[in-house]
Design a protein around this ligand. Structure first.
Ligand code: FAD
Length: 476
């Protein structure tokens, strides 16, 4: 019998439940399929670099699977509907009776899978689905009233209770298949298109390889994990794991990350080393946003988590938005952050919060515009975390704190980039200024360095945002 594995955002050979399942019986031949859905990705707002990275990750998986004698068909298909049609053709052509895949939680993806599963049922083809993106499947962490959590801290407490001692060790890579059995699949090459591997900035900074992801994980755990709590908020430091890109492609699983963290934390999810406790907590944030996406599918449809915030009178200023996108707001920490995003396809978490809050509170521009911009440029672009982060920053999202949390970008800068080192790295025109002046150069310094004047004054902007939210929420 031939087993088919449909890969998607799980581009790895290790700790892959669908692949593992398909490889269970050594007498079965196994084939993998993955689709390059550029048109669909573009509809989802992904940028060119992320699409290329996805393609490179598919090529890397193909190489990985080749060593296991498992062919991977990389097939161009415009949309999800095309994937289903193509897959059905392959299934019929190869007389496949069993398909396995790992579940994706976004609305379009779930719709695609429902349709595919319905077709399989009609054809009496077995479908095996697995949760691999979350360590505790969405829907399984609930309040005492059997409702989904809406705030992180109680979610985390309940998640830990649920997960403690129950998250198994990551699955190994399956054993190589017997080439004689796999020979049954000879002649498949004609089914796939030609996707050339590309060499981009993304590839230089984030080489698409499972081994690279594991190397980064181990290096982080050994060298930086213990100091994570103290240093993680300092953008000039290389203090975080930078694994988000690999997690978003599924080149590494959250369970693999947790497993390594636990091995440095005496097997405990919390209450051991502050560094690893905090890092594990971040992995739980990732879970939280995925659980929210499933419980509140309106999040996939550009809707605010808090419906009354739909009435916030967002400003429609193209010029302010453009200045923010291009890193020309006159607030050095915001501008440096935006430059990092475009240069590296990644932005430090503290800066994501500062920058997102600046756009939504200081400029009072709709969070959806910022979310789309990040989604385009981030190589770790991920609907659940990006939407969660943006709505948290805009106070439209799942957050216990009300709208009046408004970061002052200058004091944030002084606190988290005290020496102005990060600013100088991404805004070299300010490097000649003394550290203290880099956070908020005076007019003369701005002129000398050829740097913008602030597009909005902090106190005024803060009050404008407070008024806009207050007015909306009292009239809602
Ligand atoms: P580490 O600090 O090493 O953390 C380990 C892992 O935990 C990360 O790789 C990530 O998977 C997870 N994680 C850490 N912080 C968060 C968080 N706040 N929320 C959810 N998961 C978290 N993360 C994405 O993966 N994709 C996005 O598109 C994304 N967009 C964001 C947008 C905004 C406005 C904000 C405020 C945050 C966003 N984040 C996003 C979350 C966070 O900024 C990144 O996950 C983190 O900066 C990645 O760096 P790292 O891998 O070094 O993280």
């Amino acid at each position: 019998m031939t087993q088919l594995v449909w890969f998607r955002s799980d581009l790895r050979s290790r700790d892959n439940p669908a692949l593992w399942h398909a490889c269970k019986n050594s007498q079965d031949s196994v084939i993998g399929v993955v689709f390059v859905t550029r048109q669909q990705w573009q509809q989802h707002g992904l940028g060119e670099r992320k699409m290329q990275l996805l393609e490179n990750a598919m090529q890397a998986l193909k190489t990985e699977l080749k060593q296991l004698h498992i062919p991977l068909l990389i097939i161009p298909a415009d949309t999800f509907a095309d994937c289903n049609q193509t897959l059905q053709r392959i299934i019929i052509q190869l007389n496949i009776r069993s398909v396995a895949f790992n579940i994706e939680y976004e609305v379009n993806e779930r719709r695609r899978d429902i349709e595919f599963s319905r077709w399989c049922r009609e054809q009496q083809i077995s479908v095996y689905k697995f949760h691999d993106q979350c360590m505790v499947p969405p829907g399984e962490v609930r309040t005492k009233q059997d409702l989904p959590f809406k705030v992180f801290t109680p979610f985390k407490r309940a998640w830990i209770q649920q997960a403690d001692g129950r998250i198994g060790a990551p699955l190994p890579q399956p054993q190589p298949r017997d080439p004689a059995i796999q020979n049954a699949l000879a002649g498949l090459a004609g089914l796939q298109g030609n996707i050339p591997a590309t060499n981009t900035v993304a590839d230089e900074l984030w080489p698409a390889s499972e081994d690279e992801a594991h190397q980064r994980l181990n290096q982080f755990a050994e060298e930086r994990g213990r100091a994570y709590k103290e240093l993680r908020d300092l953008p000039a430091e290389d203090a975080t794991s930078r694994l988000s890109v690999y997690l978003s492609l599924g080149m590494i699983s959250p369970r693999q990350c947790l497993h390594v963290a636990l091995s440095h934390n005496k097997g405990q999810l919390t209450g051991n080393t502050p560094g690893f406790d905090t890092w594990i907590s971040e992995l739980i944030w990732r879970e939280f946003y995925r659980h929210l996406l499933v419980a509140f599918p309106q999040l996939c449809k550009h809707k605010a988590f808090k419906p009354d915030t739909e009435q916030v009178p967002w400003r429609n200023s193209e010029s302010d938005f453009k200045a923010w996108c291009e890193g020309r707001t006159g607030y050095p920490i915001v501008d440096a952050a935006q430059k990092q995003l475009v240069a590296e396809g990644w932005m430090h978490n503290r800066l994501r919060m500062i920058s997102a809050m600046f756009l939504t509170k200081h400029l009072l521009i709709d969070w959806r515009k910022g979310e789309a911009f990040f989604n385009h440029w981030l190589l770790d672009a991920d609907l659940a975390s990006n939407n969660g982060g943006w709505q948290w920053s805009a106070s439209t999202g799942a957050d216990g704190v009300p709208y009046f949390r408004i970061f002052n970008p200058t004091t944030q800068s002084q606190r988290f980039d005290a020496d102005g080192e990060f600013i100088a790295r991404y805004l070299p025109q300010l490097a000649e200024l003394p550290a203290a002046a880099r956070h908020q150069p005076d007019n003369l310094q701005r002129q000398r360095c050829g740097y913008e004047t602030p597009i909005v004054e902090h106190k005024f902007a803060r009050q404008r945002a407070l008024d806009a939210f207050k007015q909306t929420l009292t009239t809602a």
